[in-house]
Design a protein around this ligand. Structure first.
Ligand SMILES: [Zn+2]
Length: 191
């Protein structure tokens, strides 16, 4: 997560259930690490996302089973459910494959996350972003659930995909929900 002019990131090679606060690594915006531990091997895309997108307060990167299974198919998660729009668009993109920890992977992740808050990583996993750690983590769980439902639907038949118009209506509603137009007193009965 972003913390003032710093990035706090989990260390490389420590089990999360054994992780102590003192083992969290501080990175400056140039990627210089403070602390005893080495940062996560994926520090490049974490840092590049904070640098490129000032609205991002947290980045969550995971290898969850359903999200990774869709990423192994190297397939964008299509608009098979209206909730795909929760990540900001009509699909959740799958970034092309690149070796973990490389600048190339970071470039692919940033491109796949354009106008989005979630993406899959081919043959690897998933990334979500948000204004806070809670929101990025919540979205990560929601995208994993969506990927599970998509795989079940694929196994049972051919999922029906919502049209761009149908998804645009959902995206407009989300916009309205996030940035409500202030109501005039005569629209709310004076309340
Ligand atoms: Zn990874």
């Amino acid at each position: 997560m972003r913390y003032s002019d710093w990035v706090l990131i989990t260390p490389s090679g420590i089990r999360y259930d054994a992780l102590e606060p003192s083992q969290i690594v501080e990175l400056d915006m140039e990627g210089k690490a403070e602390g005893r531990m080495k940062p996560s091997s994926e520090w490049r895309f974490h840092l590049d996302l904070y640098r490129a997108r000032p609205e991002v307060g947290a980045v969550v990167h995971t290898h969850p089973p359903h999200g990774t299974a869709v990423a192994v198919l190297r397939r964008d998660l299509p608009a098979f459910h209206y909730y795909v729009a929760a990540a900001g668009g009509t699909t959740i993109r799958c970034a092309p494959y690149a070796t973990f920890g490389t600048q190339l992977l970071s470039d692919y992740v940033l491109r796949a996350l354009e106008d989005r808050t979630a993406c899959l990583l081919a043959n690897h996993g998933m990334v979500t972003i948000g204004p806070t750690l809670e929101e990025a983590a919540q979205l990560s769980v929601e995208v994993e659930v969506l990927c599970g439902i998509y795989l079940q639907a694929l196994a049972a038949g051919e999922p029906h995909i919502l049209s761009d118009d149908e998804m645009q209506e959902v995206l407009d509603k989300y916009d309205e929900y996030r940035n409500p137009t202030p109501r005039k007193p005569w629209e709310t009965g004076g309340r």
